[in-house]
Write a protein that binds this ligand. Structure first.
Ligand code: FE2
Length: 389
């Protein structure tokens, strides 16, 4: 017997050119805290001004908060919540990539819950308090990777402890998410690759943890994995290919977003997040790529059916002599096609002596109980060693 929990309340406005509908769609308030990374492309491209103008047409005032950083910090969240409360904002609009939207979600939590954000963390040094409500959230995404536009999670870094924790609450599903692939045509090549692999792993990891129980998870995951394998090489080759960008946005922001709203990712993501917590300049998707070949070589034989199926979805054939290895083969091919197999930990300042604390954070502090196989701290250190270059 199996059980299913399902709650996916976000209204999705998806499609090329649909940003302009921000001027007329129903929004959850009249005064928005507009969150984005200061000095980023959001500002330089004029998108910030365009969004403020569209909100004005919709009779919404925007209070600008541009102190968000990549891998958003607890401090930027706490400060943002203070600004929102001081200006009596009634909702939060995250504009940009996963960092801006995750920060918007955490700010929305701290507008309605007392104390410190870390009181509400469920892992690490979090205080395990229950999140009770949040201000409404609107997401306008300029990237395709995180799926945060369509799920109930946000990831925030504590600059004091080096932890990077997930916060979870139904209240942080965005009310509305605008996903316009035209905003994604200028994503740099590296980020396009990182975000594409992030989307792939969201779907693949959920497919594995789901274990064919809630078949809706598999439907979304299968479509996402196939779509990324087919279209990521195209957008890397031609960043201006709007049709391929649309496919990638659909896979990342909708299909993979749903898989994560329904079930959890694996310790691959926890390990990558631990790396990102200690090395905040390391992009999330890059951290996943750095360890993926060693990680899946280690675990593929534990769930050979699922991993061979994933490999086949990406165009590989299964080899009976190496159960589950089709997924590893497919990853190697996709990394080579997109030119990221040589990505090196050392180029991000990661040293071998960092491995024990990263493994400890992954296994003992954040925890990896969602896996359908058991990896130890020593296994994680070995995966990091095998990945190192
Ligand atoms: Fe991710």
């Amino acid at each position: 017997m199996f059980t299913v929990d399902r709650y996916t309340p976000t209204r999705i406005v998806f499609g090329a050119g649909r940003l302009k509908e921000l001027a007329e769609i129903s929004l959850p308030g009249k005064k928005a805290l507009l969150c984005f990374i200061g000095g980023s492309n959001v500002q330089r491209s004029g998108l910030q001004d365009k969004v403020i103008d569209l909100l004005q047409k919709n009779e919404v005032t925007a209070v600008v908060y541009d102190h968000i950083t990549p891998n958003p910090t607890k401090k930027s969240v706490m400060d943002g919540a203070q600004v929102a409360l001081a200006h009596q904002c009634d909702f939060v609009l995250g504009l940009g990539g996963g960092s801006s939207i995750d920060a918007a979600k955490a700010i929305a939590v701290m507008m309605k819950n007392p104390g410190d954000l870390w009181d509400y963390g469920y892992t690490g040094t979090g205080g395990e308090k229950l999140i009770v409500g949040a201000a409404p959230i609107v997401a306008v995404t300029t990237t395709c990777g995180t799926g945060t536009e369509n799920d109930q999670y946000c990831v925030i870094t504590n600059e004091e402890t080096g932890e990077k924790l997930d916060f979870t609450a139904d209240a942080i599903f965005p009310t509305v998410s605008v996903i316009d692939p035209e905003l994604m045509l200028t994503i740099p090549r590296d980020l396009t690759i990182y975000q594409g692999f992030d989307a792939l792993f969201h779907a693949a990891e959920c497919y594995v943890t789901n274990g064919h129980q809630d078949r809706m998870v598999d439907l979304y995951a299968v479509e996402s994995v196939k779509t990324v394998a087919r279209h990521l090489p195209s957008v890397v080759k031609d960043p201006g290919d709007l049709a391929a960008r649309s496919e990638m946005a659909y896979a990342a922001d909708i299909l993979s977003g749903y898989t994560m709203a329904l079930i959890s990712v694996t310790s691959h993501h926890i390990l990558a997040q631990a790396l990102g917590g200690y090395f905040p300049k390391l992009p999330h998707g890059a951290s996943l790529i750095l360890v993926c070949e060693a990680y899946y070589t280690k675990v593929c034989s534990y769930l050979p059916l699922e991993f061979d199926e994933l490999g086949e979805l990406m165009g590989e054939k299964r080899d009976p002599k190496r159960p589950g290895y089709a997924f590893v083969q497919a990853l190697i091919r996709l990394m080579e096609e997109t030119g990221c197999r040589d990505l090196a930990m050392s180029s991000f300042g990661i040293e071998r002596e960092d491995f024990p604390r990263i493994a400890k954070m992954t296994v003992d502090e954040v925890g990896i109980s969602m896996d359908r196989y058991t990896l130890t701290r020593e296994d994680m250190i070995q995966i990091l060693e095998d990945s190192y270059k």
